[in-house]
Design a protein around this ligand. Structure first.
Ligand SMILES: *Cc1c(COP(=O)(O)O)cnc(C)c1O
Length: 487
């Protein structure tokens, strides 16, 4: 019925066919007109699909096969840390005591879940070198906003009302300036130097008594470690500003270096990246935020605390920025991250970092002869190539990304960071084998050769997918999310 590489048939209805069987009604039937006003009661049955269970199963299974995920293939999407999501995480998240509890249950009945969250906070404090952690934020961007709101509350509590500016590097992830804007700040850009690092002279030029914070990721979005981080921290702290750590790249330094020791005052982590939460399709994430002592009073409330042997939520926090998420964050993702940390242990997390960096450097060196490498230094967990050379042959980075689909790969992040022309940001992660890395390297080298010998095959790619190129802007801005039955 469903053929690979054929458009899916969506109209499967055959009258009277059903995919369910409900038990006999065993409670008294109610008269709807006693419960609802007349005009709200449906007069005719809803027009629902009439499809057998097996057909619906095949329909969704066929749809799922048209998706690319970490479980189906290599996914070197730079900055996103698309590593393997260990299945033991899923088993633990499904424990009845975690999966079947309700967020409004009495604290006394969910002490185990609260202990897990408390323990996770303790582990994250140790990993980041921060004094306190909240698990409330639902994603990295949400963590950025939460952290900036705390920084704002801190400055305001000090009567420092003119700290209106947040500094972000020109290589920053788009969420950094966006979060700063939403938190009510003005963003100021600091330039990168010829080594791909923050230009200290430019930083000195843009800081002043109106600086609220500098947002940085380290290693930065080029995968390069900001070696002058201690000098940068001193420059920011000297003018009374705070240093914010975008933890999306923690996979490059975890268990080796801690943002707290580099001078950062606030940190967010992306548990769905570094700590193996599944994160396809914009599903639930988790962006815990850690702070140094002087920011603790501003943490979102309630704050999870331990009193003797009991765990409880503390609401009496007058200086708190308030609640940023219903209940206490995305608990299921936090269970997965906790399971990951406990199964890896400190030595395991250190090995993760070492292999992530080794894999990225191996791939970078193998690909460097075939593409442009704008910053030729050891990288951390990811690296950025430029497609400048291929562009001169009429083949754009977008074309090469599309061509990778024909080889069964998810393309790298492209045209980011913005300070690299025709950028391709590749993050292999530590969970891939050498065979997988080599196969991807071979595909990239073949595409570079095709750009020289047979550019049309790249320019017209992909050739093997169900549909070829989409209007990606329209697909994002005007998605057709509703099915209309053909007349
Ligand atoms: C992913 C990412 C973010 C945003 O995190 P989300 O969890 O997607 O909101 C911020 N900064 C960098 C560098 C990232 O890679």
């Amino acid at each position: 019925m469903h053929k690979e590489n054929q458009p899916l048939i969506f109209e499967l209805t055959k009258e009277e066919r059903t995919g369910y069987s409900l038990p006999e009604l065993d409670v008294p039937e109610v008269d709807l007109s006693e419960l609802f006003p007349e005009e709200l009661i449906r007069q005719e049955a809803a027009e629902l699909p009439e499809v057998a269970e097996l057909d619906i199963m095949r329909h969704y299974t066929a749809l799922s096969k048209r998706n690319h995920g970490v479980d189906s293939g290599f996914y070197p999407l730079g900055s996103c840390t698309m590593k393997y999501n260990p299945k033991i995480n899923e088993n633990v998240a499904r424990f009845a005591g975690f999966a079947n509890i309700h967020p409004l249950q009495e604290e006394s009945t969910v002490q185990g879940a609260m202990e897990l969250m408390y323990d996770l906070q303790e582990h994250l404090k140790e990993i980041t070198g921060m004094d306190e952690v909240t698990l409330q934020p639902a994603a990295g961007a949400h963590g950025e906003w939460t952290g900036l709101m705390m920084i704002r509350a801190f400055h305001e509590a000090n009567g420092d009302m003119n700290r209106t500016k947040v500094i972000v590097p020109d290589s920053a992830h788009g969420t950094n300036p966006a979060s700063a804007t939403v938190a009510g700040f003005e963003t100021v850009t600091v330039k990168s130097n010829e080594h791909g690092l923050v230009d200290l002279e430019d930083l000195k030029r843009v800081v002043d008594e109106n600086t609220a914070a500098l947002m940085l990721t380290n290693p930065n979005t080029l995968g390069l470690f900001e070696e002058q981080i201690l000098e940068m921290a001193a420059i920011i702290h000297e003018v009374g500003g705070k240093l914010y750590y975008d933890g999306a790249n923690l996979n490059a330094v975890m268990s080796k270096a801690r943002p707290g020791d580099m001078g950062f005052d606030v940190v967010h982590l992306n548990l769905h990246k570094t700590f193996t939460g599944p994160h396809g399709g914009g599903g639930p994430g988790s962006g815990p935020v850690g702070v140094q002592k002087d920011l603790i009073p501003y943490l979102p409330k309630p704050v999870l605390v331990k009193k003797g042997e009991r765990f409880t939520f503390e609401y009496d926090r007058p200086e708190s920025i308030g609640r940023v998420k219903p209940f206490y964050g995305n608990f299921g993702i936090n269970v997965r991250a906790y399971t990951y940390i406990r199964t890896m242990g400190p030595d395991g997390l250190k090995a993760v970092t070492e292999y992530a960096v080794l894999n990225a450097n191996y791939m970078m060196r193998k690909l460097a002869p075939h593409f442009d490498l704008p910053y030729d230094r050891h990288c951390k967990h990811e690296f950025v190539l430029s497609g400048r050379r291929q562009k001169k042959l009429g083949v754009r980075t977008l074309d090469m990304a599309k061509r990778l689909l024909d080889f069964g790969y998810h393309p790298p992040t492209i045209y980011f960071p913005l300070n690299v022309e025709e950028g391709m940001m590749i993050e292999p992660t530590e969970t891939e084998s050498k065979e997988t890395l080599d196969a991807f390297i071979d595909a990239m080298i073949q595409i570079a050769k095709e750009a020289e010998d047979n550019p049309e095959v790249v320019q017209n790619a992909p050739h093997t997918t169900v549909i070829s190129r989409l209007d990606e802007t329209q697909a994002a801005r005007k998605p057709v999310l509703r099915y209309y039955k053909p007349e």
